[in-house]
Ligand binder design. Sequence first.
Ligand code: HEM
Length: 178
Amino acid sequence: MTQAKQPRLRAGLQPFSADLPKADQPMTRAQKQLVQVSFARLAPSADAVAEMFYRELFALGLGLRKLFRGDLARQRQKLMSMLGAAIANLDRLEAIVPAVRDLGRRHVGYGVEPADYQTVARALIATLEQGLGSDFTPALREAWAICYRVLAGEMMAGASEHRADEPSPNRAAQPGIY
Ligand code: HEM
C-alpha cells in the first residue's frame, strides 16, 4: 500500500537540481530576509512542521527511518533549533560554519550519505510548501533552496574532511537498513 504511493509522491515533486540556480550562488540580502521571516512564521508550530518534515522524509527515502535511533520528538527539537540558529546567522555565516561542518562530520557517524542530502532537500521544500501554503512563492522557494544548499554544502564539506580522516561506517553492511 505505502509502496504504491511512492511513485506518486516522487512524481509530484520537482527534482531538486532542476529548479535550482548554480551550486555556488550566494544568498542575497533579500533572500536571507525571506528565509528568516518565513521561518519565524513557522516557529509557533515548529513541532508540527518538524513532524511533517520527517513524515515526508521517511516517505521519500526508504530506509532512512532506521538511521534515527534516538527519540524522534527530541530529534524534531534539535533539528528546528539547529535550523533556527543557522537561519538567524545567515548574515554572518562564518560564525556558524565550524558548527555546521562539525554537524556534517557527525552525520557520517549516523550513516548519512551524500545522496541523502537531496532527499532531505525535497522533504524540506515539500514541508515548506504545505506549511506556508500560498505564501510559499517561487522567490521564497528559491531563497530556501539556496539556503539549504549552502548549509548542506558546509555539512558535506565537514563530512568529506571526516571521510578523508578515517573510514566511515558502512551503512549497507548494517542489517535491515536496505
Ligand atoms: C541542513 C541539513 C541538516 C540539519 C540542519 C540537520 C540537523 C541535525 C541535528 C541538529 C541533529 C542532532 C544530532 C547532532 O547535533 O549531531 C541531527 C541528527 C541526525 N540527522 Fe540531521 N540534519 C541535516 C541533514 C540530515 C540528512 C541529509 C540526513 C539523512 C537522512 C540526516 C539524518 C540525521 C540522523 C540519522 C541523525 C541522528 C538521529 C538519532 O540519533 O536518532 N540529517 N541532524
